[in-house]
Design a protein around this ligand. Structure first.
Ligand SMILES: Cc1cc2nc3c(=O)[nH]c(=O)nc-3n(C[C@H](O)[C@H](O)[C@H](O)COP(=O)(O)OP(=O)(O)OC[C@H]3O[C@@H](n4cnc5c(N)ncnc54)[C@H](O)[C@@H]3O)c2cc1C
Length: 411
């Protein structure tokens, strides 16, 4: 019997397996597909040291009406999905009220501020430095009032959390990113952020590191999980696997499995889309065009163009309206070249309505641990919350109580 079975080999599960292995545990990592092929593949690859405040639900009536009437590009929704989103959205609204959001941000900032330092030894040991750019992250704006508002908010974050930020004029922007078209009012530049040219590749490099240190990676369907012999068991392509403890790190799929164990997790799945384009201009750092809610990043496969959030049923067919608009907006910023894939990619950000990942002991099952719900920043935070989870599993002390699944009682 292994010590720990980690279910899910995205950035969160792979980081968990590495952290527990480092602490001396015999760990088995299981995924139905393989490491880094789902959300941890399709994201924007930014290790976001600027994201000290998690995204609140917009509270201004004008913004909410814009979303309701589908006027902007940051949020799209499917009418038939709304009933299932009502509870998480109500909780998200409550957590977004200023005092509560401020308290949540204190916890969140503590995680975010250590994220690059937690990735650094893994990048080095995995020999993945070639995938990493330490060139920051840029938010660009066409309109001067939008730039001014963003710069003021960035200055607030700098003073409250100590994040570094630099305002860039159009001429400074042209030097930093020579392939951008002229016509932008300027940029807010976050120099401390890192980014990755292949997020799935980095997750796989971390998984290969785990295997090279003696860890076992199996193909297994987590839906076969059951309690057995005082521990936990799943079926795998190598036969049954048992372990004393199990970590649920299935990202957006975690609530599906946990429902069978009696947990009702109000996860808010914010779907996003991407597509690669090749043969056009390149960027030195990822770029967020705030006004069209579009992210662009030069990656191994080409220029990856990504969208904001869509609220849809988990298994609903893709409706890439936001990606069409984002592609048009991106084409106004830079020569995007031609599409690489015939199909668009889509995947879901696994967001807890109180914006904090669930990291810790399952409330009602001995030997079961939760590790999911990293929302917009799971690629950034995987190694950080993995270190916290491992600390709790080894020492029995809860390092950041705000992340504890015990809070599900109040959700
Ligand atoms: C468009 C977009 C852009 C983003 N940009 C960023 C960014 O720039 N920076 C950032 O930090 N974060 C970003 N994110 C968020 C980030 O991608 C996620 O928070 C993170 O990838 C979640 O990792 P995970 O390991 O929890 O989930 P996943 O990577 O989805 O891993 C879950 C794993 O569980 C496996 N699984 C599921 N069901 C089963 C089953 N029944 N049996 C076995 N295995 C199963 C899957 O195969 C998968 O490998 C973005 C997300 C999106 C959608």
């Amino acid at each position: 019997m292994a010590d720990v079975l980690v279910l899910g080999a995205g950035m969160v599960g792979v980081s968990t397996a590495l952290a527990l292995q480092e602490a001396g545990r015999d760990v088995v990592l299981a995924d139905r597909k393989g490491p880094g092929l789902e959300t941890s593949y399709g994201n924007a690859g930014v290790i976001q040291s600027e994201a000290v405040e998690p995204y609140p639900l917009p509270l201004a009536l004008t913004t909410l009406l814009k979303i309701a009437f589908k006027r902007g590009n940051s949020v799209n929704y499917h009418w038939n999905a709304l009933p299932s989103y009502l509870r998480p959205l109500r909780l998200y609204f409550a957590a977004s009220l200023p005092a509560r959001h401020k308290a949540i941000s204190q916890t969140y900032a503590g995680l975010i501020r250590r994220a690059t330092a937690d990735h650094a030894p893994l990048i080095a040991a995995a020999g993945a430095d070639n995938l990493i750019r330490r060139t920051g992250l840029r938010f660009v704006y066409r309109s001067q009032p939008a730039l001014d508002a963003a710069a003021a908010n960035a200055a607030r974050l700098a003073s409250e959390y100590g994040v570094q930020v630099v305002a860039q004029s159009p001429s400074e922007l042209a030097v930093a990113e020579p392939h951008l078209n002229p016509g932008l009012a300027g940029a807010v530049y976050w120099p401390e952020a890192w980014s990755c040219a292949d997020p799935g590749g980095l997750t796989q490099a971390y998984a290969a590191l785990f295997a090279s240190r003696g860890g076992r990676i199996l193909v297994s369907d987590a839906d076969t999980l059951c309690e057995r012999g005082g521990g936990w068991a799943v079926s795998s392509h190598e036969g049954p696997v048992t372990a004393k403890e199990v970590v649920i790190a299935l990202g957006p799929w975690s609530p599906v499995l946990l429902n069978r164990f009696g947990y009702d997790i109000p996860l808010l799945r914010k779907r996003g889309y991407h597509r690669h384009f090749a043969g056009g201009g390149t960027l030195n750092a990822p770029l967020l065009h705030d006004e069209s809610a579009t992210v662009l990043s030069s990656m191994v496969k080409g220029l990856r163009i990504l969208t904001g959030a869509e609220l849809a049923c988990f298994d609903a067919a893709p409706t890439p309206v936001q990606l069409r608009r984002s592609t048009a907006a991106a084409a106004g910023l830079i020569d995007i070249g031609k599409p690489v894939e015939a199909e668009v990619w889509s995947g879901c950000r696994p967001c807890m309505p109180d914006m904090l990942p669930l990291t810790g002991k399952a409330p009602r099952h001995k030997g079961m641990w939760f590790h999911f719900g990293h929302g917009h920043q799971g690629f950034t935070l995987g190694p950080t919350t993995a270190a916290l989870l491992a600390e709790e599993m080894i020492t029995g002390q809860v390092p950041v109580p705000e992340l504890s699944p015990a809070r599900l009682r109040n959700l």
